[in-house]
Design a protein around this ligand. Structure first.
Ligand SMILES: Nc1ncnc2c1ncn2[C@@H]1O[C@H](COP(=O)(O)OP(=O)(O)OP(=O)(O)O)[C@@H](O)[C@H]1O
Length: 271
């Protein structure tokens, strides 16, 4: 196989030899859950997506960065089937779930019923919902009304609702942006654990470069309707806080590269 056909596979080590190629090849044999070719989207005369190609594979954890208004949510909505592209070839696994920045729970349904919204699990339904709530650490809140849940808890119910469908593709649109810093750290750990357990492909839209580097094994930057960067985070650093601390220089380099692509010179947050 000619690895040079995919620039993401070209990771050279110090000797100039392609390194880790076999790992990437192995990764690339995983089933695609998204295969977009030439996908374009306009709102009026404004071009949001300018014939983008995108392949996401089973178990990939991808962060999508981009300045405000660059089209991240639009792309996510197209992936979710909530919006339509104007042109292009779009293939997406049918079983996909979305978690938005706001939890979108129905206020007049208890937590466990919210988890099941739009699903049919028959007589086992309650047990299925409780299992999903237990997975997000909310077994004790199954009977709670949304208004009695904290922001982090409500977002965890939203995650349980997404997971109960066993999605091949989990779409997360700034799911932690409205949470306080401590809750956000806990949510990172939870999402990592859930991903490790279920291995869906994840696409997370975020404004937070640190979050992207911490969680993702691949980072995309959307700019002027195209992916201006498509970077694999070194496998040794992916979701490994200790390794990231030890390799602080490399991590900083990556962070600055991303920030500069986003037009930000300092700080981790993009406005
Ligand atoms: N339904 C719509 N009708 C018209 N224009 C829209 C519509 N939805 C989005 N847009 C425009 O498309 C552009 C991209 O919006 P989108 O929400 O996808 O950006 P984003 O990268 O997610 O931004 P943010 O980071 O601020 O959430 C914006 O200029 C927005 O105003």
């Amino acid at each position: 196989m000619n690895v040079a056909t995919n620039p993401r596979q070209l990771v050279a080590n110090d000797d100039g030899e392609p390194a880790l190629v076999s790992e990437f090849l192995a990764a690339d044999r995983r089933e695609p859950v998204v295969h977009f070719t030439g996908v374009a989207k306009k709102f009026g005369t404004q071009t949001i997506l300018d014939k983008v190609d995108l392949t996401l594979r089973q178990g990939e954890f991808v962060a999508l960065l981009g300045a405000s208004g660059s089209g991240k949510t639009t792309l996510l909505r197209i992936l979710a089937g909530l919006d339509q592209a104007n042109e292009g070839d779009l293939r997406v696994a049918p079983n996909r779930s979305v978690v938005f920045q706001e939890h979108r729970l129905l206020p007049f349904r208890r937590a466990w019923r919210n988890v099941l919204l739009g699903t049919r699990f028959g007589r086992n339904a309650r047990a299925v919902a409780e299992k999903a709530l237990a997975e997000v650490g909310l077994a004790a809140k199954a009977n709670s009304w949304p208004k009695h849940l904290s922001g982090g808890e409500a977002q965890r119910v939203a995650l349980a609702r997404a997971l109960v469908r066993a999605p091949a593709l989990l779409l997360l649109d700034e799911p932690f942006a409205a949470l306080d810093a401590l809750t956000r750290i806990r949510m990172h750990a939870l999402v990592e654990a859930l991903w490790a357990e279920h291995k869906p492909a994840v696409l997370i839209v975020t404004h937070d470069v640190d979050e992207a580097i911490l969680l993702a094994d691949r980072i995309l930057v959307l700019k002027d309707g195209r992916f201006s960067l498509d970077i694999d985070v070194s496998p040794a650093l992916v979701r490994n806080r200790k390794a990231q601390e030890d390799a602080a220089e490399d991590v900083n380099h990556l962070k600055h590269r991303l920030l500069s692509e986003l037009g930000v010179s300092t700080g981790a947050q993009i406005q």
